[in-house]
Design a protein around this ligand. Structure first.
Ligand code: NCD
Length: 360
């Protein structure tokens, strides 16, 4: 990746002032960090998706599963989740197990020395003493970047993987969403040219912010942002789309957009970011999907959700073949395994094994 720059050669202030795309050049490594969606190229996405499928197939056989477990058996990962998480935590943990990587975790800052007044920076530095990688979720936007920068100036320079930061980024969720879209559109020309419809709390949903960027790497994609006015997508995201010439439409009319969708990406109201429960006063009833809407959707459309859901997807449609959110969740485990293996530069070992492997 010829074009890389080093995090220890720039001050935090100068780094922080860079655009997201400029920042991405610093995360290619070594060590390779995963911090923002803007650091990925389409080629990298395609390689990760292909590797995820290979890992999945290899793991189906006992000897294959045993081989995978040798790939990172000399490494340890720290899972530091300072915000609630079910899927992201479990799928990262499972991905580590698939690759034989031992894990440790802190899932609540109250159980670490932060309660004794230790700074978050010192806490992270402590974690880095015992681990070869930090997988972290944190309520403060940009904190994972700060951690990567800080570690680059220590003698334990290890990869940092952002498993959700504030309301701004969730790059690994965006990867699993791309993997899910790729697989869903495998028979229909891939993601290029598709209409992707985001629905719900787009102002504070970090998964949408990261995925919207990755979609700019595909040709002819059109994005629809469907939300109540006060929860609409940020102008900063639209600026990024403008800069790449990606087509989009911003609307509050879900019914009108529904028939255009190749993929519906539903999200919940992120009321944990409310200052004074203001989102409880917003009428969100028009931003949900129920059985009565299903006839309006294309036969080939897919319905996704990063989960957890509330009422925006009725459980009545769970068994419709277009409802793929459970599969989407499982895809997270495979793409995260592919990402972690690639982070440590050992992907060729899995590729070589697969070349000689006969899937069942
Ligand atoms: C999302 C998150 O934490 O941002 N969940 C997830 O990681 N699957 C979405 C959400 O909480 O609504």
């Amino acid at each position: 990746m010829g074009n890389t720059k080093k995090l220890n050669e720039i001050s935090w202030q100068d780094f922080n002032a860079l655009s997201l795309v400029e920042k991405g050049i610093y995360f290619q490594g070594p060590p390779a960090h995963t911090l923002i969606a803007q650091q990925f190229s389409r080629k990298q996405l395609e390689e990760l998706c292909t590797l995820a499928t290979k890992i999945k197939r290899i793991s189906k056989r006992r000897e294959g599963a045993r081989f995978l477990k040798t790939l990172l058996s000399d490494k340890r990962a720290m899972l530091y989740f300072a915000q609630p998480s079910s899927r992201t935590y479990l799928s990262h943990n499972a991905a580590c197990q698939i690759l034989g990587l031992d894990t440790m975790d802190v899932r609540d800052s109250k159980t670490s020395s932060e309660v004794k007044g230790e700074s978050p920076e010192d806490t992270i530095r402590t974690f880095s003493s015992y681990a070869d990688m930090i997988i972290m979720r944190h309520p403060v936007g940009g904190f994972a970047e700060r951690v990567a920068w800080m570690l680059s100036n220590t003698n334990r320079v290890i990869p940092v993987l952002n498993a959700g930061s504030g309301a701004d980024q969730h790059p690994t969720q965006a990867l699993l969403d791309i993997y899910t879209l790729e697989r869903s559109f495998e028979e229909s020309g891939g993601i290029d040219g598709k209409n992707i419809v985001f629905v719900g709390d787009l102002a504070r949903g970090r998964t949408v912010r990261s995925l919207a960027w990755l979609l700019t790497l595909y040709n002819g994609v059109k994005i629809y942002f469907v939300a109540p006015k006060s929860l609409q997508i940020g102008a900063d995201v639209l600026e990024l789309l403008d800069a790449t010439g990606t087509k989009y439409e911003v609307t509050d009319n879900f019914l009108q957009v529904m028939p255009q969708a190749d993929a519906l990406y539903m999200t919940r109201i992120q009321d944990e970011w409310d200052a004074e429960s203001e989102s409880s006063t917003i009428d969100t009833s028009a931003f949900s999907i129920e059985a009565k809407h299903m006839d309006m959707l294309k036969e080939t459309a897919v319905i996704m959700h990063p989960l957890p859901r509330r009422k925006e997807i009725s459980t009545d449609i769970d068994n419709d073949p277009r409802a793929i959110y459970w599969r989407q969740m499982r895809n997270g485990m495979w793409i995260r395994a592919a990402l972690i293996l690639t982070t440590f530069g050992r992907q060729d070992e899995a590729n070589l094994y697969y070349a000689n492997y006969k899937p069942e």
